[in-house]
Design a protein around this ligand. Structure first.
Ligand SMILES: [Zn+2]
Ligand SMILES: [Zn+2]
Length: 149
């Protein structure tokens, strides 16, 4: 039984790792894993348990999606996530990585103008990502099209 759980946990982290730029609700995770691995993926209740574990371990971050009360999850373990700022989309809940260089420039500007040293790891910029800013549904707008969803 224990091994079985380890297997499922690995499946979950593999899935998150493959889709590291996306944030998922627990339901989306089950759905996504089913598409990717077929049958044998953990059930929703197991996903909740496993994801809570990963959040505690610090590999996964949990965010509130938009103004809803639903949580989305995204993997944050990264090669150099300590060397840049992160941007959090309040629309879809995704966490985006700011370019290292841009990040440095920004922090340097703050330090010079305000003599304030920003804690990079603890700071998240809130706003809207490219797809959410475009009209809300995340779908690419066709050229010349003005309609909003
Ligand atoms: Zn990062
Ligand atoms: Zn977004």
């Amino acid at each position: 039984m224990a091994e079985y759980k380890t297997e499922q946990k690995k499946m979950l982290s593999d899935f998150l790792r493959t889709n590291r730029d996306q944030a998922y609700t627990a339901e989306d995770l089950v759905e996504g894993m089913r598409t990717m691995y077929g049958e044998g993926v953990p059930a929703l209740s197991t996903v909740y348990r496993l994801i809570t574990r990963l959040v505690e371990e610090g590999t996964v971050k949990r965010f509130v999606k938009g103004h809803s009360r639903r949580f989305v999850y995204q993997i944050v373990e990264g090669e150099h996530c300590h060397s840049h700022l992160h941007m959090k989309c309040i629309g879809c809940g995704r966490l985006l990585h700011l370019d290292d260089r841009v990040s440095d420039e920004l922090l340097c500007a703050v330090r010079q103008s305000s003599h304030f040293s920003v804690n990079e790891e603890a700071t998240v910029l809130f706003g809207q990502c490219a797809s959410c800013d475009r009209g809300g549904c995340g779908e690419e707008k066709k050229q010349g099209e003005k309609t909003k969803c």
